[in-house]
Write a protein that binds this ligand. Structure first.
Ligand code: RP5
Length: 176
């Protein structure tokens, strides 16, 4: 496997990093190389445009863009790049991500942004892997294993619930 990044993770500010690191983490789990940069549709518009325009020729296949507030980052990148763009609305400020969700998801016809949940960077990473995996059997096989692992975890929890009962299960969860 090449170590050249296939996924570009872009965020509007370093304050988005605690959320956006989750996209990088799951891409690591799935063995997909990534890069991460800070750029801003508002504070660094030229840098953002150049990044988006050059992304495909640098070998990136998917871009994940996270921003909060008046979150135009994913949309601006989608306007410049011929690649799939996944938007992550970040919870920040008075509206705690609802503003960013609306700004990210309400794209005009012709410029799609696949928008995940507020702070849903992990899902953005998984979706990026699935997009790449659609044309790469080895990556698709890793997605299949990933899903099987999740299904096993559900089974294990259900089994434990049968063994411990409701009260015992809640107790080992921390008394919820
Ligand atoms: C957005 O404004 C960023 O994506 C961030 O979520 C939010 C706040 O940015 P900082 O003021 O913390 O740099 O552009």
């Amino acid at each position: 496997m090449t170590n050249r990044p296939l996924v570009g993770i872009v965020m509007g500010s370093d304050s988005d990093l605690p959320v956006m690191k989750n996209a990088a983490a799951v891409l690591d789990e799935l063995g997909i190389p990534w890069e991460i940069v800070i750029s801003s549709a508002h504070r660094a518009p030229e840098k953002t445009a150049v990044y988006a325009r050059d992304a495909a020729s640098r070998g990136l296949q998917v871009i994940i863009a996270g921003a909060g507030g008046a979150a135009h980052l994913a949309g601006v990148i989608a306007g410049h790049a011929p690649l799939p763009v996944i938007g992550v609305p970040i919870a920040s400020g008075a509206m705690q991500g609802v503003d960013a969700l609306y700004a990210t998801v309400q794209m005009p016809p012709g410029i799609p942004v696949a928008t995940v949940a507020i702070n849903g960077a992990r899902n953005a990473g998984i979706l990026a892997a699935q997009i790449i995996g659609a044309g790469q059997p080895d990556i698709r096989a890793r997605i299949v294993s990933f899903k099987e692992q999740m299904a096993r975890q559900v089974d294990n929890k259900s089994q434990k619930l049968q063994e411990l009962g409701i009260a015992g299960y809640l107790e080992q969860m921390g008394g919820k």
